[in-house]
Design a protein around this ligand. Structure first.
Ligand code: PMP
Length: 437
């Protein structure tokens, strides 16, 4: 039988592994899976973290002005490390927050969302063999990003303490065990990732907790990658403390922020890093060899948003004052809904998110012993398919080794219109009635 003379070459090509070794074991992504499920089945989507209410008028108007105004150069490339008006106003703003002088050209860099800021940090600062401490539960991308850089993630969990006198649990009840944290630092530790306010729990780290982390960073000469994308979303009069303001920390901290969360416009994907030039110079190297430029018009509009906020700083009209008030109300609605049906909420001190205990609903979704899939995954999938309500399993925010300790919780996003939260409440109430009837 005459064979195709090309077949040898085709076969030879196809038997060769195509992907780089650094991608091994990091191909699964919770968002890809659950965003698709929510799109297919959900009537009410409290899964992925984005607001379904509009971004503020002053921001969208700034975008429209930039788009249609007289400056046609806003349609062209701008400065690679950040549109000058944006890095300038960010420097002014963070000078206020950090109490130190900043150079907009060397202490600030604009990125494609906080996500790219994180990627630049890990690529620029983590070497083969370095260890990076990650506090669990954590925003899931930290782990694969550390691994892609050749580093080894070292996990330390926040441990829940029972709440006092029959009260609802608070995210503040989840704490680091100081001795356990100390034990994770070694000469191999290059960095720690801090995310306060924390996604998914909504924990806002207090001064004592940050003090211990800072002390250990200084003692072991460790860098701090401080993901502060929810910096303005703090409730009940709590204060967001920036670890870079603690003694010895400025020089070793990269602060990460996001206009998406700050101005309720997650689709714009404008983020930034603020930090010392000795660290940012290396982030610029990664940026110039990967993304290079970020969209000029979105940067221009965000710059104008910050100019407004600088003028109104601390005043009642400031968006950074108004947004947390509105979100606190939304948090309270969802807390009430969940508490009312026995899906015990952990009251968050900050962020868009709230974690709830599903133990009392286990009879509806029986456990499958020895299943590969953690229980909360199956529960969240069942809930979206059968009840039309989308949420994210908490174990997605844990490392492989610790996932199975936290399978009785799911995460809801409450940065939603009142009508959306009411619709969620209706689903939960109906479900509870079905259970009891
Ligand atoms: N860090 C945390 C903790 C987040 O929750 C998110 C978004 N969910 C990001 C970073 C990424 O932010 P951005 O959309 O600006 O890329």
């Amino acid at each position: 039988k005459a064979s195709n003379p090309l077949s040898f070459f085709l076969q030879a090509k196809m038997s060769r592994p195509v992907q780089a070794r650094r991608l091994e074991g990091i191909d699964k992504n919770i968002w890809v899976e659950f965003v698709k499920l929510a799109a297919t089945y959900s009537k009410v989507n409290l899964g992925q973290g984005f607001p379904d209410f509009p971004a503020p008028d002053f921001l969208t108007e700034a975008f429209t002005r930039a788009l249609g105004g007289g400056n046609h150069m806003l349609h062209q490339y701008t400065r690679a490390f950040g549109h000058p008006p944006l890095v300038k106003v960010l420097a002014q703003f963070f000078e206020k927050l950090l109490g130190r002088d900043l150079d907009p050209m060397t202490n600030v860099m604009v990125t494609v969302g906080a996500y790219q800021a994180l990627f630049c940090c890990f690529q620029a600062l983590v070497d083969e063999g370095d260890e990076v401490i990650i506090i669990e539960p954590f925003f899931d991308c930290y782990e694969p990003m550390v691994k892609m850089a050749g580093g080894t993630p070292v996990f330390v969990p926040l441990r829940p303490n029972p709440p006092k006198d029959g009260k609802l649990m608070s995210s503040a009840d989840w704490q680091l065990d100081p001795a356990e944290l100390v034990s994770k630092f070694s000469e191999r530790t290059k960095a720690i990732v801090l995310n306060s306010p924390n996604n998914p729990l909504g924990k806002v780290f207090n001064r004592r907790e940050l003090g211990l982390i800072a002390e250990l960073c200084v003692k072991h000469d460790v860098l701090c990658i401080s993901d502060e994308v929810y910096e303005w979303l703090v409730y009940d009069g709590k204060q967001h403390i920036r670890i870079a303001t603690l003694q010895g920390m400025w020089d070793r901290t990269v602060i990460i922020g996001s206009a998406g969360k700050t101005f309720s416009a997650t689709g714009w994907k404008v983020g930034w890093v603020v930090g010392p030039d000795r660290l940012l110079q290396h982030l610029r190297t990664v940026h110039q060899n990967s993304v290079y430029h970020c969209a000029t018009i979105a940067q221009e509009a965000v710059a104008q948003g910050f100019q407004r906020e600088l003028m109104l700083y601390g005043k009642p009209e400031s968006y950074f004052v108004q947004l947390p008030k509105e979100l606190q109300q939304k948090r309270d609605w969802l807390v009430q809904s969940l508490d009312g049906v026995g899906m015990k909420p952990i009251v968050p001190e900050g962020t868009y998110f709230l974690v709830a205990d599903i133990s009392q609903f286990k009879s509806d979704v029986p456990d499958v012993p020895n299943s590969d899939e953690p229980y909360d995954y199956r529960f969240a999938k069942w809930m979206v398919k059968n009840k039309g309500l989308a949420a994210i399993p908490l174990s997605a925010f844990y490392s492989e080794g610790h996932k199975n300790n936290y399978t009785n919780f799911i995460r809801f996003c409450f940065a939603k219109e009142e009508a959306t939260l009411k619709a969620a409440n209706d689903i939960l109430q109906k479900w509870k009635q079905e259970k009891t009837s």
